[in-house]
Design a protein around this ligand. Sequence first.
Ligand code: SAM
Length: 250
Amino acid sequence: MRKIRAKKYHTVYIVGAGPGDPELMTLKTHRLLTEYADVVVYDRLVSGEVIKRIPKGVERVYAGKSCKKHHMTQEEINAELVAQAKRGKKVVRLKGGDPFIFGRGGEETEHCRANGVPYEVVSGVSSASAISSALGIPLTHRGLATGVRFITGHQQKGEPAVHDWKGLADAETTLVVYMGLANLETIAKELIKAGLSKHTPVAAIQSGTLPEERRCFSTLAKIAKDVKREAFEPPTLIIIGKVVALSPYR
Ligand SMILES: C[S@@+](CC[C@H](N)C(=O)[O-])C[C@H]1O[C@@H](n2cnc3c(N)ncnc32)[C@H](O)[C@@H]1O
C-alpha cells in the first residue's frame, strides 16, 4: 500500500483582499484571515478596513509596495513567504484586488513551488470590476463594447508601458488602465494618434470603493490635464470607452 506522506509545510494562501471596501472581500479570504492565519503579509493597497479584520495575535508583516517606494522588494517578499512557511507558520499573503491581475501573484506561486512549499491562490474582486460596477459603467455592453482589455500604464522603473497602440485603439473595446496615472498624457496621446476619437469618454477613479474615493469624468483629449489640475494620486484606475458615458455619476 502506498504511504500517504504528511505535508511538510502548511499551505501558503495567496489571497485577494478586493479593492478596499471590506464588504467586497470574499468569505473565503475573510475565513483565512480570521481562522487560518498565524501571519499575514500584506501590501500597501490593502485598506485599513480590511486590516482591521485580522484578529489580534496574528502577526502582521507590511510588505508595502508602491511604484516609486518599495518597503520590501518582490524578492524579499517571496523569501519571507517561504521562510515563514518553513518556520511552521500558516501564512496568508494578502494582496489588493485580485492576486493574479497586475498583482505579481504568479511570481510568489513560482517561488513557493521552487522551494517545495504548497500554495493556493484565492481570487479577489479586482479594482476594474468593483469600480466599474459601483459607478454604473458596464465594461461590456451590447452595441457599445464587445470586449474589455486590462492593461498596465507603466513598465518596470515607472517608464510608460509599450503597447501595440493600434491594436488597443478600438472604439468597440473598453480599456482599463491599471497604474496609468503617471503616464496618462502619453497613453492618451498614443491612443489618439492610433485612431481612437479624442472625444472618447474616460473616467479616472482614485481610491475606488473607499470613503475617500474621488472621480473625474472627462474625454481622452482632456483627461490628463483634468487629473493633473485636480491633483489625483495613486491608486487611480482609468476606464476608457463609450461605456463610460452610461455612468449616472457623470
Ligand atoms: C499593482 S496594481 C494591483 C491591482 C490589483 N491586483 C487589482 O486586481 O485591482 C495597482 C493599481 O490597481 C489600481 N487600483 C487598485 N485598487 C484601486 C482602488 N481602490 N482605486 C483605484 N485604483 C485601484 C490602480 O490603478 C493601482 O495603481
